[in-house]
Structures are given as structure tokens and as C-alpha cells.
Design a protein around this ligand. Structure first.
Ligand code: SAM
Length: 276
């Protein structure tokens, strides 16, 4: 495999409408793996697109109308009194409806009221949050039991989604920023009080079996909220809680972590207290 071939593959993949917003570093990482495995550039391009679909596109079954979402949020933000702000029922209703556009946040909607209240109940004051492979989860901000000036960093691979989230932060008055980043090749190492890794580790392991452990080794968070889906994208759930509990235990093995386990109908979560 030559550098030139990898560059050609990357450009070809990024020309596709469904892939052009994805962080080029992840396209290159997957492209290099596929070029090493496949017989031709054409096959490698197709396999790269399939893998990118599995780890990203599959969660966005339709085109997400970010403009419309922003328009609705803008209207509400201007008509909502500053005293109620993001906690106003109308603002929350729009966030709720936007979260339906991403399969991962959609699955959390039935448990959203209890999910953060329960998992984050016993935490000391949190000043910094890192939401890794965030999808549309930053829209759950009004449900988070966190201080209003918390610094929130949202990271994912989709540039258009992050632009939307950055504008959402401005409208919601959140002290937030976004980063387009492949967290497999470039895990964030900055200290954070709370790191959210929601339903993400199995997704990263589809690209690299060692990705979850490498990421955990690199992170510098005092508390980690790690979760797994309790049902597949197709709705099947058989054995998933047991399998993911075993996966989590393997990841936790040998680390000096304190762990609290939470089982919700659609999600299995572990709150980890690290020794950082
Ligand atoms: C299962 S979804 C979880 C989304 C969100 N954490 C939640 O629970 O609602 C997986 C997310 O990982 C993102 N993703 C996939 N590979 C990634 C990578 N290498 N680096 C950063 N984000 C990635 C996808 O775009 C997608 O938003």
C-alpha cells in the first residue's frame, strides 16, 4: 500500500455525500486497514465506506435537519425568559425532538429523566465535562444535574453535527466547545472532572480491538460514565447486558477503580471513580 493510494482512497471516500463531514483522520485510519486487506482500491473504498457506516452513519438513518432545529431553538431562546432558559418546557421539548434524529440518543429518550439523575446523583461539584463520541447527546444538557457554568467539551467525527452543537451551546448559554476528532488515533488527555463515554466503546472496537483499552489508558478523568446499549440497533436484546458486563469487567480488571453499576431498560451504565 502506497501513501498515494491511501490519499486517493481518502479523497474518494470524502467525496461521498454521506462521508464528507467525517474527520479525515478516521477515514485514513480505516482506509489503511482496508487497503492492507483488500485486493483492489475499489474494494477498499467500498469496505471503508461500510465500516464508516457501521460506526457513524447507521445512527443517522435520515438526514438531520440542523437548520430547522436551530431555527426552532432560536425562536424559543428569544421568546423564553432568561430566568427559565434551558429548563423551560418548550426549550426541552425541542431538544427532545431533535434527539430523535440520532438512534443513540433516541434510545435514551424513554429513560432520559432518570438516566442522569440516577447515575450522577452522588457526584461532588463538576466543573468540566468531556462528552466523547457525543452524537447528539449534548442536547441532553437541560437534563444534566450540573452547575450552570460547567465547561462542556463535545467531541465527535461529524463536522456538521459539531457546528450545530456549537450553535446550540451559544443559544442555550452553555459554556461549551466542540472538537472534531478521531478518539481512536488521537485520544484526549486533558484533565476533566467527568468524562462521558456513552455507548461508544463497542463502536470503537469495530475499528480496532484494542481501541477501548488504549483510550481508557490515555484519558485523565476523575469520574467516567461508561455505558453500553441494552439492545441492538435492530431492537434485539438477548444476552447483551451479560456480554457487556463481561466486557466492562475485562476493561476494569487491574485498574484501581470504584464502580457503580446501573441497569436501565435501554442502557447499561457504569459510573467509575478513578484515582486521578
Ligand atoms: C453509538 S453512538 C453514541 C453517541 C452518544 N455518545 C450517545 O450515547 O448518544 C457512537 C458515536 O460515536 C461517534 N464515533 C464513531 N467513531 C468515532 C471515533 N473514532 N472518534 C470519535 N467519535 C466517533 C459516532 O459519530 C457516533 O456519534
Amino acid at each position: 500500500m502506497s501513501d498515494e493510494m491511501l490519499e486517493t482512497l481518502t479523497q474518494q471516500v470524502l467525496r461521498g455525500a454521506k462521508y464528507r463531514e467525517i474527520a479525515p483522520a478516521l477515514v485514513r485510519r480505516i482506509g489503511a486497514q482496508e487497503l492492507a486487506k483488500r485486493r483492489s482500491l475499489k474494494e477498499a473504498v467500498k469496505a471503508t465506506k461500510n465500516k464508516l457506516h457501521q460506526v457513524g452513519g447507521a445512527y443517522q438513518p435520515g438526514r438531520i435537519d440542523y437548520e430547522k432545529g436551530l431555527e426552532m431553538l432560536r425562536e424559543t431562546a428569544t421568546s423564553t425568559s432568561l430566568s427559565t432558559g434551558v429548563s423551560s418546557p418548550h426549550f426541552r421539548a425541542i431538544c427532545h425532538s431533535m434527539m430523535q434524529a440520532h438512534a443513540s440518543t433516541r434510545e435514551r429518550l424513554p429513560i432520559l429523566d432518570e438516566f442522569y439523575q440516577t447515575t450522577l446523583a452522588d457526584l461532588p461539584p463538576i466543573r468540566t465535562v468531556l462528552d466523547l463520541a457525543c452524537g447528539l447527546n449534548p442536547l441532553a444538557y437541560p437534563w444534566l444535574p450540573l452547575p450552570p457554568d460547567v465547561q462542556y467539551t463535545a467531541v465527535d467525527i461529524y463536522g456538521d453535527m459539531l457546528d450545530f452543537i456549537q450553535q446550540f451551546f451559544a443559544l442555550a448559554g452553555v459554556n461549551g466547545r466542540t472538537e472534531q476528532r478521531d478518539i481512536i488515533g488521537n485520544p484526549p488527555t486533558e484533565p476533566a472532572d467527568l468524562i462521558l463515554l456513552l455507548k461508544t466503546l463497542p463502536c470503537l472496537e469495530q475499528v480496532d480491538k484494542t481501541a477501548a483499552a488504549n483510550l481508557i489508558d490515555a484519558l485523565n478523568g476523575r469520574f467516567l460514565l461508561i455505558s453500553y446499549p441494552a439492545q441492538s440497533l435492530g431492537g434485539r436484546s438477548k444476552g447483551m447486558v451479560e456480554n457487556y458486563t463481561t466486557q466492562f469487567e475485562a476493561l476494569a480488571d487491574g485498574r484501581s477503580w470504584q464502580v457503580q453499576k446501573f441497569e436501565f431498560v435501554t442502557e447499561l451504565a457504569f459510573l467509575v471513580t478513578t484515582d486521578s
